[in-house]
Ligand binder design. Structure first.
Ligand code: FAD
Ligand code: DHB
Length: 449
């Protein structure tokens, strides 16, 4: 037997993207259902991101999700860049006019979101199976799934959001030939550990070492998170706890500094990939977060991008479903992809500058070092890193936008292409991005003092 029901937005995936989308839609009075094939406990414990851009933090505060983050998050005003055995500090506040980042784990954001949604009476179906999306050529797409008790459901929706991560089903449900994929695989992976030991540093250390990249980050004042570059096809069994600590100490070593060791509670290897699927929409099926794009983790953009996508998408769906205006929905893919490609470039650049490429040679290594020396010696180069790291496009939630702001009008005198919104340098794609992001104040690079 199949149980049929109705909602406004069907959301596939209870990761950060799907959960925040359902919260933002609820703030605008729009009903949704979230279906997730893992258990609640699994979603809340899955170790992943830890670093939030300033704009992501402000967004979470604005939408009522900031209490625990403000109490427990760790605000950082810079990072250390280490290479050739020396550690250099980059001061983001100084470089960017006061911008910063916050350490607050993805696990905690997911817990906050699940708690908030369930307290509000939302429907989140965990441990579903056989998720399908159908009737995509119509204005009533259908979400089908089997719940944890084995009952088959068919939910008729006004729109479906594919927030089901890189391995989800929504991207592949789009019509064949629609999606264009641009991607890079990197010839190395990250071995990440979570350790019960206070961090040995006040801010993150990104280290290029001739034996491979290392990163010292953290989760709380008592818990450290560290990563090591390892070969692409590495077996985690090859890395005993002792070997991991020895390698971290070796790569992160600088005179007068010591890495504190502790119990390793988790270790896992993650592949490194850049992947962008476009467009991020087919009619009333919208992709968001890792379902549409993946960046290598260096630079910490993936979670921030996922939350940015659904902020744009929530406004677009609200305009479409409440006001009958399709302009923001039509602009969604281009608006998101502008941000995605900026972050894709930055993540690729950070990754390429800091990792040892086994297929490269002395020439490649010297280029990396030349780039690193430039970043620490040129204020312009350091500002480029700082501005991207802290978040290039600010996010806003409360800015109300009319469809007229994103739908191009006939051009009249004094209203030439690129001149409607005050910035004479902007093309249509950037204008759509600005408008859909609610970002009248998109920050352009600041002049170097
Ligand atoms: P996901 O978190 O993947 O959520 C998708 C959900 O959909 C999952 O819960 C999945 O179980 C569910 N699902 C899949 N298929 C189905 C189906 N058929 N039916 C129902 N449900 C389904 N990003 C940062 O910004 N900062 C960082 O510091 C950072 N560090 C990282 C470190 C590592 C080691 C890794 C691996 C990633 C890191 N990232 C970081 C990236 C970040 O974790 C991801 O970009 C983020 O999880 C994307 O969120 P999402 O909701 O789009 O997808
Ligand atoms: C973390 C991960 C990253 O990839 C990064 O660049 C910074 C921080 C983290 O897990 O804390």
């Amino acid at each position: 037997m199949t149980v049929t029901s109705r909602t406004q937005v069907g959301i596939v995936g209870a990761g950060p993207a799907g959960l925040l989308l359902s919260h933002l839609l609820a703030l605008r009075g729009i009903d949704s259902i979230v279906v997730e094939n893992r258990s609640r406990a699994y979603c809340e414990a899955r170790q992943r991101a830890g670093l939030l851009e300033a704009g992501t933090v402000e967004l979470l505060r604005t939408v009522g999700l900031g209490d625990r983050m403000d109490a427990e998050g760790l605000e950082h005003g810079g990072i250390y860049l280490q290479f050739e055995g020396e550690r250099h500090h980059l001061d983001f506040r100084d470089l960017t006019g006061g911008r910063w980042v916050t350490i607050y784990a993805q696990t905690e954001i997911v817990k906050d979101l699940i708690g908030t949604r369930l307290a509000a009476g939302a429907t989140i179906e965990f441990e579903v199976s056989d998720t399908e999306v159908g009737e995509l050529d119509t204005e009533r797409p259908v979400l089908r799934f089997t719940d944890a008790e084995g009952t088959r459901h068919e939910v008729v929706c006004d729109a479906i959001a594919g927030c089901d991560g890189f391995h989800g089903i929504c991207r592949d449900s789009m019509p064949p030939g629609l999606i264009h994929v641009a991607e890079r695989e990197y010839p190395y992976s990250w071995l990440g550990i979570l350790a019960s030991v206070p961090p040995s540093t006040d801010e993150l250390i990104y280290c290029r070492h001739e034996d491979g990249f290392a990163l010292h980050t953290m989760r709380t004042p008592q818990v450290s998170r560290l990563y090591l570059q390892v070969p692409a096809d590495e077996d985690i069994e090859a890395w005993s706890d002792d070997r991991i600590w020895a390698e971290l100490k070796h790569r992160l070593e600088v005179p007068g500094w010591e890495l504190k060791e502790g119990h390793i509670s988790e270790k896992a290897i993650s592949p490194m990939r850049s992947f962008v699927a476009s467009p991020m929409r087919y009619r009333r099926l919208f992709l968001a977060g890792d379902a549409a794009h993946i960046v290598p983790p260096t630079g910490a953009k993936g979670l921030n991008l996922a939350l940015a996508d659904v902020t744009v998408l929530a406004k677009a769906l609200s305009s479409l479903l409440k006001d009958g205006h399709a302009g923001l929905a039509d602009a969604y893919s281009d608006a998101s992809l502008t941000r995605v490609w900026r972050a894709t470039h930055f993540s690729w650049w950070m990754t390429s500058m800091l990792h040892v490429d086994p297929q490269s040679d002395q020439f490649g290594a010297e280029l990396q070092l030349a780039q690193l020396r430039y970043v620490i010696s040129s204020r312009a180069a350091a500002t480029m890193l700082a501005e991207n790291y802290t978040g290039y496009f600010p996010l806003t939630w409360n800015t109300e936008l009319s469809e007229a702001q994103v739908v191009p009008r006939a051009q009249g005198p004094g209203q030439q292409r690129g001149q409607r919104r005050g910035d004479p340098g902007l093309g249509q794609r950037e204008r759509c991005a600005e408008a859909a992001l609610g970002a009248e104040q998109v920050q352009r690079p600041q002049p170097v003092p």
